[in-house]
Design a protein around this ligand. Structure first.
Ligand code: DGJ
Length: 756
């Protein structure tokens, strides 16, 4: 052991040059890597925080178990490429100009990057032993949130092109362990996004991916792996990861019979190739991963904080998300100046802050068969342009938002008639339409320029605070004849499309710094860490039925925070589900309203206005608090759900409770809360829209944090109600010496003893 080895490691990057290793230390975890004498970069530890460098083993090759299980396969390489005796999960595959397809990377040097905000970084330089190809492995550390953010940069230092056929972002190795492991992923479909899938890891590879050109409704680039607690261990340890990419992606989780667990992922290798010309670089997306010793809620909260603090556009990240009204479910394509003004007037009465006109406002858009691409107001619907509507919306005290779907074109449009070659196609194949539309090639500069001009004109001419950016079909027939003719690699287009979307959004934001953007792809089809660098919220799902929404929102919240989770109260479930329940579900995220207000009764309007007023008072807790799912609707088949939001200081909390039905009657157990200060005393106050509306049973008005966490909040709902829900607010109060508190709302008695 050398001197350095006994030094206690503080959060940050600790290097031991004599042993060629680095420890990436966060508040609660250590991620360590080192270089073997053969020049291989391997993982040495990932998991609970270690105390000193002496805790780490020397970096060396594993023993060869048999000629079929070579050391290069069993070793935990940080970035294994196709080459040599490697048969495990691979991060890369490369073809050199002479046709050699074997990659042989060797460590060259390391560079520590200065700490920026709460992030610090390490870059390792590797080089092929024969060819002029350099690979940078980049590590960033989010100290407070126990996250490692990895990416890779390929650099062709020679004169001949090199072809990348797989260029993932990272390989992650969980500790070799006896523990059984459960993989959680999010899968879905249109109107059924983010459904939680849990499966035990068994030997083999689990694969999640998108090949649709967008993040997709069908799978999210997020996963968690929980280790069953070993005897004597308290909470399950969770490793979790989320990929920052909005195009085709792939994540592979391999588990072998010895318990070795490897995750690799990045841009999908499906129909992917990238021609790295002499002197060029290719940078992969960030792959963010973390370790939580406090279960899935702990993993969720770390990602939420990361998104809020580091990912979201800074202009909006700290602002409260406005309560919005969206006209889509009320009017679909039947949009007119007068009709929208009527809705806007009603929305303003509710206290809505942002009025968004959805699809149907632009040239000849009377159905989904026409108009996409022609981004000008339809004079038949808006004879005076959008100006008078926007003015009225402003007069009513609301900001104005507009729906667009820039990547799309209807064959029945002026744009398509002028530029049929702008849509993806193979010359000898029919173009598959979906929702009567084709996808524009955003890899092309002329297409991006056209779209920038069209959208910039709208944003300049009109006072538009918010764009809802939709994307309603996947890419097909990915041909790009011009590029091919110029000697380009047409299979780059999946990546170039995604880069094109980012570039367009970035340019619009740069020209209109106060603009907000909502990311939508027929619902939550483009919700990921990369799109959230340039958008402010996500349309979670076209399914707005509250029962379905609880399941979808639980899954969504594993990966992304409440402030980006768009949730509207609509007319879905209006006949069966009380308005309070529908509001409570939507108040779990960025609240909006999407029902046809023209048909809402005066009572519904009053109650809705009251819920919106309540939401405005508590939204700082929802949007920026620590979110914990106390009862999982997924685990209870939609029967129950309970969500707690706690302020950073733990002096305030909200609890939402949902009970779908209870056909046998009977009560339910108390609801144990979390994250409170055990020795603090909390006032418990039900928040009701109408004083008489929610028949909560008598409740204890004051309880200690210890009691709320150890014995729980007693049942507050009547046994036989269906679709019952409540929202309570907890506020820390000062207890006078002697330990007795006088309650204001007197639910049971004049004064209650403090229960510890
Ligand atoms: C799909 C979106 O998810 C809906 O909210 C709506 O904007 C429609 N597209 C409009 O075509």
């Amino acid at each position: 052991m050398n001197d350095l080895s006994s030094v206690m490691m503080e959060p940050g990057i600790v290097a031991d040059q004599s042993r060629s290793l680095w420890a990436l230390v966060t508040e609660h975890s250590t991620y360590a890597l080192g270089v073997t004498k053969e020049g291989l970069v391997i993982n040495l530890h990932w998991g609970p925080r270690l105390a000193t460098l002496a805790d780490l083993p020397d970096p060396c090759l594993a023993l060869t178990h048999s000629s079929h299980d070579p050391a290069l396969t069993s070793i935990a390489e940080e970035y294994p490429g196709f080459g040599g005796l490697r048969y495990g999960e691979l991060a890369a595959q490369v073809v050199f100009a002479d046709g050699v397809r074997d990659l042989d990377l060797c460590y060259e040097r390391a560079e520590l990057l200065p700490v920026k905000a709460s992030l610090s970084g390490l870059t390792l330089y590797l080089r092929d032993r024969h060819y002029p190809l350099t690979l940078l492995l980049r590590y960033q550390l989010d100290l407070a949130n126990d996250l490692i953010i990895r990416s890779a940069v390929w650099r062709n230092e020679g004169d001949e092109p090199i072809r990348l056929e797989r260029a993932f972002s990272a390989a992650w190795h969980l500790p070799h362990s006896f523990a059984s492991r459960t993989l959680t992923t999010l899968a879905g479909q249109w109107a059924g996004e983010s459904q939680i899938q849990r499966r035990p890891l068994v030997a083999g590879t689990a694969l999640i991916e998108s090949r649709r050109g967008i993040t997709s409704l069908n799978a999210a680039p997020w996963l968690a792996i929980e280790s069953e607690p070993m005897p004597g261990q308290l909470a399950p340890e969770v490793y979790f990861a989320s990929l920052a990419w909005s195009g085709n992606w792939m994540i592979r989780v391999n588990y072998d019979v010895t318990g070795k667990t490897t995750v690799v992922g990045g841009i999908s290798e499906h129909d992917f190739a990238w021609q790295l010309a002499a002197g060029e670089t290719f940078t992969t997306p960030d792959f963010v991963a973390g370790f939580a010793d406090d279960g899935l809620n702990g993993a969720r909260q770390r990602l939420h904080r990361y998104v809020r603090e580091t990912v979201l556009p800074t202009s909006q990240a700290l602002q409260p998300r406005p309560v919005l009204y969206n006209s889509w479910e009320a009017t679909t394509f039947d949009v007119s100046e007068q009709g929208q003004i009527e809705l806007a007037e009603l929305a303003a009465r509710l206290g809505v802050e942002l009025f968004v006109v959805d699809d149907g406002w632009f040239m000849r858009r009377v159905s989904d068969t026409t108009g996409l691409g022609d981004w000008r107001p339809d004079p038949r619907k808006f004879p005076r342009g959008l100006g008078p509507l926007i003015e009225r919306v402003h007069d009513l005290g609301m900001a104005f938002g507009l729906w667009v779907e820039p990547e799309m074109v209807n064959p029945d449009s002026e744009l398509y008639r002028a530029h049929p070659d702008w849509a993806y196609a193979f010359p000898t194949r029919a173009r598959s339409e979906a929702r009567n539309q084709l996808v524009l090639n955003l890899g092309r500069e002329d297409v991006r320029n056209y779209l920038f001009e069209a959208l910039n004109r709208l944003l300049t001419e009109y006072s538009i605070a918010y764009l809802k950016w939709d994307m309603n079909r996947p890419i097909s027939e990915p041909g790009w004849a011009d590029y091919l003719a110029q000697g380009g690699e047409a299979r780059e287009l999946w990546v170039r499309h995604t880069h094109g979307v980012y570039a367009l959004m970035d340019a619009l934001r740069a020209h209109h710094p106060s603009l907000s953007i909502e990311s939508c792809a027929s619902g939550g089809g483009r919700a990921d860490l990369a799109i959230l660098r340039r958008t402010d919220q996500v349309w979670t799902s076209d399914n707005t039925h509250p029962e379905a929404r609880l399941l979808i929102q639980e899954g969504f919240s594993l990966a992304l925070p409440a402030r980006v989770m768009g949730a509207w109260v609509t007319d879905a479930g209006r006949r069966q589900v009380p308005l309070a329940f529908r509001f409570h579900v939507a108040m779990l995220g960025a609240l909006g309203v999407g029902g046809n207000l023209i048909h809402w009764s005066a009572e519904e309007m009053d109650e809705a206005a009251s819920w919106i007023a309540i939401y405005k008072q508590i939204r700082h807790l929802v949007q920026d608090g620590e979110q914990s799912w106390l009862l999982s609707p997924h685990a209870t088949h939609g029967q129950f759900a309970a969500v707690q939001y706690t302020s950073q200081a733990r002096d305030q909390a909200l609890v939402f409770f949902f009970w779908r039905d209870q056909v046998f009657g009977g009560s339910h157990p108390p609801l144990r809360l979390c994250h409170l200060k055990p020795n603090a005393v909390y006032r418990i106050e039900p928040l009701r829209a109408l004083p008489t509306a929610s028949p909560l049973q008598e409740y204890p008005a004051v309880l200690s944090g210890a009691a709320l966490m150890a014995t729980g909040l007693p049942p507050l709902l009547d046994n036989w109600q269906t679709h019952a829900s409540y929202l309570v607010k907890l506020t820390e109060i000062t207890v006078p010496p002697g330990g007795s508190v006088r309650t204001e709302n007197k639910p049971r008695a004049e004064s209650l003893p403090v229960v510890y």
